[in-house]
Ligand binder design. Structure first.
Ligand code: HEC
Length: 124
């Protein structure tokens, strides 16, 4: 009888450890349901557009379309799909260097762009 209770307790312990791990990792993982068109683009259009939309843009970085953005600037790619840490665009908005004028992006806006890039920066 005592042995059975011990086994039961160990099983319960394992289940709860598993549950905690599952919960923890699902919270830490980047959101993958972010849409470029619905979530990311509106931020870029409204906050970066004055300098990065149209024929002549700062650093030759165009944001008119997804392809323009992925083509990068005169210096090369500003987004590395799946790797926000290596993406210059994320560095610029995190440090508050971009937008060059006006208020910085909010932490929530920076998170949306970061998560979208970490999820593969898809044209979704
Ligand atoms: C007021 C104009 C202005 C706004 C608004 C602006 N930028 Fe820029 N951006 C520039 C200029 C000018 C440069 C050229 C480099 C510099 O001066 O830092 C630049 C450069 C960049 C670069 C670096 C390109 C490279 O390869 O050197 C990135 C990335 C960038 N901007 C992203 C953004 C993002 C994202 C936003 C919106 C959140 C934004 N910018 C808003 C003016 C602007």
């Amino acid at each position: 009888m005592k042995k059975q209770i011990t086994v039961l307790l160990i099983a319960l312990l394992l289940v709860s450890v598993f549950a905690v791990l599952q919960f923890g990792s699902s919270r830490a993982a980047p959101q993958t349901n972010i849409s470029f068109a619905n979530d990311v683009y509106p931020i870029l259009e409204s906050r970066c557009g004055s300098c990065h939309l149209g024929e002549f843009t700062s650093a030759d970085l165009h944001m008119d379309t997804y392809d323009d953005l992925m083509n990068g600037s005169e210096n090369g790619h500003v987004i590395v799909p799946g790797n926000a840490k290596e993406s210059i665009l994320v560095e610029k908005i995190s440090k508050g260097e971009m937008p060059k004028r006006g208020p910085k992006l909010t932490p929530a806006q920076i998170q949306i762009i970061t998560d979208w890039i970490n999820a593969g920066a898809q044209n979704n």
